[in-house]
Design a protein around this ligand. Structure first.
Ligand code: SF4
Length: 494
């Protein structure tokens, strides 16, 4: 499957263009600054109080590394244990196959609507749109996802998909749209968070009670026991996972963990890193099917969709260790200013900048690895120690290489780099260029600074305060003062 067909990439303008539009939106920037700042402070408070936080991070990173090394083995084991517990496992190499599997499973129940608990994997494959084409309506039940769905919007944050919306905007969305999807918003709805939550609760309750089929994502799955885990804050996920007769879980293949005991470390890391809580409010675990309790049909769809190709890249594969906590988004100075939509992917922020290009092919998301200052804050915050800056630099090299391959003529930047290489590899050429630069600087510099240069250098020089090169290079000065002095001294000594 070609990366361009992969639904991960939504086809918005490249990052620089989309970011420019986002930067002009002052309300968006204020919402983002407030929300990311709050979550950031909460995370720091609860991670600082643990003496073994760094040990936890090291352990989690090691478990993920080891698991990825033998991913095939763990997935086959997971298939065995889920099947033994009464579930059915389906393998989906790409988005189209995953959508076809879920659509077939829903159609087999005879239902034409489903409830969903927040799942990035199903957003990645565009499941709601695929189901709609088959006449099946999907209702998002996570509060933020509900806001996004009612607003005809796209998620912009991993943990808080409606982070770009303020309270008054949410009230307007509820008032205008709830009635078209089911129970309308109450009369006189205010923008008080309690009122908004109550409106969502009433709207969703009737859907939970009616739904026969649910679709969920998964945070983890233990291969040893076949246990699948969903972590959420509202309890709406628990309703989806417990009430319907059929549960279909779509899970990226990288979410598997070898043993049940491995959950211990991840369930301590995840809430602290994502919401800044010591414990997660709702952690649902289930193993296959239990007679008379919960869904009686359980299907697990294991999604590849570019992950195996990512695994083949020795540097890039660490992105598959991600547990989607969103800590890297909340500390990223670029994300805080542009928001998530500018990344054009369901995976925004630093993790999106390294994961999306690998899932869809670097050539299809070439601007994303450059959407970073390489400050390293994401690496410091990541609970599984993904070296995001290292992967960004690695992908930048790949993007440049891909562009070079596709171009008939070299870019001005490539020509400049080639010229710089030729000059810097020869001391004589370097000295000659330094002499020339000093001469030219005397002609164009004003008050020791170079202004805007003509032609292709105009954009570069126009945004920089560039000091004029020294009239004499260090080597020329050295020769003039030290070597001349030594010759004189030596002459005197003879
Ligand atoms: S890359 Fe690390 S910090 Fe970012 S979402 Fe994934 S696990 Fe969290």
């Amino acid at each position: 499957m070609s990366g361009a067909d992969n639904v991960v990439w939504l086809g918005t303008p490249p990052f620089p263009e989309a970011a420019r539009t986002a930067l002009a939106d002052t309300r968006l920037r204020a919402n983002l600054r407030r929300a990311t700042g709050t979550i950031r402070d909460r995370r720091l408070a609860v991670t600082d109080e643990l003496d073994d936080w760094e040990d936890l991070r090291d352990t989690a990173a090691a478990v993920k590394r080891r698991t990825l090394r033998h991913l095939d083995r763990h997935l086959l084991r997971l298939e065995e244990t889920v099947t033994a517990a009464g579930g059915t496992v389906h393998w989906a190499p790409d988005a189209a196959e995953a959508n076809a599997i879920v659509t077939r499973l829903v159609q087999a129940t005879g239902e034409s609507e489903i409830v969903k608990v927040k799942s990035m994997a199903t957003q990645e494959i565009g499941l709601n749109e695929a189901l709609a084409e088959a006449g099946i309506r999907a209702y998002e039940t996570d509060l933020a996802e509900l806001i996004v769905q009612l607003g005809g919007d796209r998620p912009s944050h991993i943990l808080v998909p409606a982070i770009h919306r303020g309270r008054s905007e949410i009230r307007e969305i509820f008032r205008r749209q709830m009635g078209t999807w089911g129970r309308p918003a109450p009369e006189g709805l205010t923008d008080d968070p309690r009122d908004l939550a109550e409106a969502a609760r009433l709207h969703l309750r009737e859907k939970f009670l009616r739904a026969k089929v649910a679709v969920s994502g998964a945070n983890f799955a233990a291969a040893e026991t076949g246990t699948v885990v969903v972590v959420e804050s509202e309890g709406n996920g628990r309703m989806c996972l417990a009430l319907p007769e059929t549960l279909i879980t779509v899970m990226g293949i990288e979410k598997v963990l070898p043993s049940f005991a491995d959950l211990d470390v991840f369930l301590r890391l995840l809430p602290r890193s994502s919401t800044g809580e010591r414990m997660n409010p709702y952690t649902s675990l289930w193993t296959g099917v239990t007679e008379g309790d919960g869904p009686q049909n359980f299907h697990l769809v294991l999604l590849d969709n570019g992950r195996t190709a990512t695994l083949a890249d020795e540097v890039g594969r660490q992105a598959l260790s991600c547990i989607r906590c969103s800590a890297c988004l909340n500390v990223c100075p670029v994300y805080e200013r542009t928001g998530g939509h500018a990344y054009g992917s369901v995976y925004p922020g630093p993790i999106g900048a390294v994961l999306t290009p690998q899932l869809v092919g670097v050539q299809n998301a070439a601007s994303l690895p450059f959407a970073s200052t390489l400050c390293g804050a994401c690496y410091d915050a990541c609970p599984v120690k993904i070296d995001i800056p290292e992967v960004l630099v690695h992908l930048r090299a790949k993007a440049v290489e891909a562009e070079r391959r596709d171009r008939l003529l070299p870019t001005p930047e490539a020509l400049a780099m080639k010229a710089a290489g030729a000059v810097l590899s020869s001391p004589r050429r370097l000295a000659a260029v330094q002499r020339l630069a000093a001469l030219a600087a005397r002609l164009v510099a004003r008050d020791g600074r170079i202004g805007v240069l003509p032609g292709p250098f105009a954009r570069w020089s126009g945004t920089r305060d560039t000091p004029a090169p020294a009239r004499e290079s260090l080597r020329a000065w050295w020769r003039r003062t030290r070597e001349a002095g030594r010759t004189t001294t030596e002459g005197k000594g003879r």
